[in-house]
Write a protein that binds this ligand. Structure first.
Ligand code: ZN
Length: 328
């Protein structure tokens, strides 16, 4: 080390950053840098993974929990102690290990049982994952490569993580008794609240139209949820807008509070985005959609490819051809 040629006053120096100054930012850099080296080999994969997460058609609250999970930022007991909160970090469910993310979401008896009972066939207890992040990343990338962006397995994986987290909080904060059955039920509720497809068809030679909507049906019993109507419409756009409106009414009637609606009509989305729908034939329906959607806590309408709303389109076609309503 270089020494000064004459005597100097002492001063504080933070050796972990070139600036020599300690701040929250340079302190954070110091804490993260080893982690960055650990994850270095994953970096390209990680980048893809991050992009995939933000692209998934899932509820925003799920994205946020997933984001926190992969950055190990959820308030599990071990993380709370890292933040300086003096609590006993032992898992109070099994009292066999510390409550960190890996324990809570993978290794403790209830989590294991929930994964084992899941209809998703995958090797959840595969070893070789040093962190929960690497485990989640591995399976999301795998499902994404095999099933694509709308992978039902990705949705179920995230819903299961979500259900485990809710179950843990109910157990700790509400002192609810949590079993495999109640946790599985929370997962199923999460899956059901999450998507509605809408679609409509018109008969080109007349104004006869049919509309349909259906939920993604991730539930184990494979029961159908949705409905359809027949009537008249002046255009395909008119028909799609009507389908969207009826789907929202149905969602409200079902007592759901959060919904992601998928439609294959780019024109509908364009009209919904503009201050007032430009197409005069649907102006009032668009306004109705906005008013109804305001009753929901979250309502997201997104454009998807036609094959994704196939089920709803099939219902719409059936209603149009048989002149019948399908109300469940
Ligand atoms: Zn435990």
């Amino acid at each position: 080390m270089e020494l000064p040629s004459e005597s100097k006053e002492d001063y504080l120096y933070w050796k972990h950053h070139q600036s020599g100054r300690y701040s929250v930012k340079t302190g954070y850099y110091f804490l993260c840098k080893d982690q960055v080296i650990d994850n270095f080999s994953f970096s390209t994969k990680s980048e893809n993974f991050t992009k995939i997460i933000w692209r998934l058609n899932i509820l925003p609250k799920w994205k946020i929990v997933l984001w926190k999970l992969i950055h190990d930022g959820l308030a599990v007991k071990v993380n709370l102690t890292h933040r300086g909160i003096a609590i006993n970090a032992m898992c109070d469910f099994c009292e066999l290990d510390m409550e960190d993310s890996q324990h809570l979401f993978r290794f403790y008896s209830l989590a294991k049982a929930v994964w084992e009972n899941s209809p998703m066939t995958f090797c959840h207890d595969m070893t070789g994952f040093p962190s929960l992040r690497s485990w989640i990343q591995h399976f999301i990338l795998l499902f994404y490569s095999e099933d694509g962006k709308h992978s039902a397995r990705i949705t179920r994986l995230i819903a299961t993580l979500w259900g485990l987290w809710l179950a843990r909080n109910k157990r700790i904060f509400n002192r609810d008794e949590i079993t495999i059955a109640t946790t599985t039920e929370l997962v199923n509720i999460a899956l059901k609240e999450h998507e509605v497809f809408t679609g409509g068809t018109t008969d080109k030679s007349s104004t006869r139209a049919g509309i349909g909507w259906a939920t993604s049906g991730h539930n184990q019993s494979h029961t159908f949820d949705g409905g359809g109507r027949y009537g008249t419409a002046s255009s395909a756009l008119h028909c799609e807008t009507w389908a969207c409106l009826e789907a929202i009414k149905w969602v409200i009637y079902q007592g759901k509070e959060e919904v992601l609606i998928l439609s294959d009509s780019a024109l509908l989305l364009e009209n919904l985005r503009s201050e007032r729908g430009h197409d005069i034939s649907i102006v009032w329906m668009i306004e109705d959609i906005r008013t109804k959607a305001a009753h929901l806590r979250i309502c997201i309408i997104s454009k998807v490819k036609r094959d994704q709303v196939q089920q709803a389109n099939d219902i719409a076609k059936k209603c149009r051809c048989t002149l019948s309503n399908l109300v469940l």
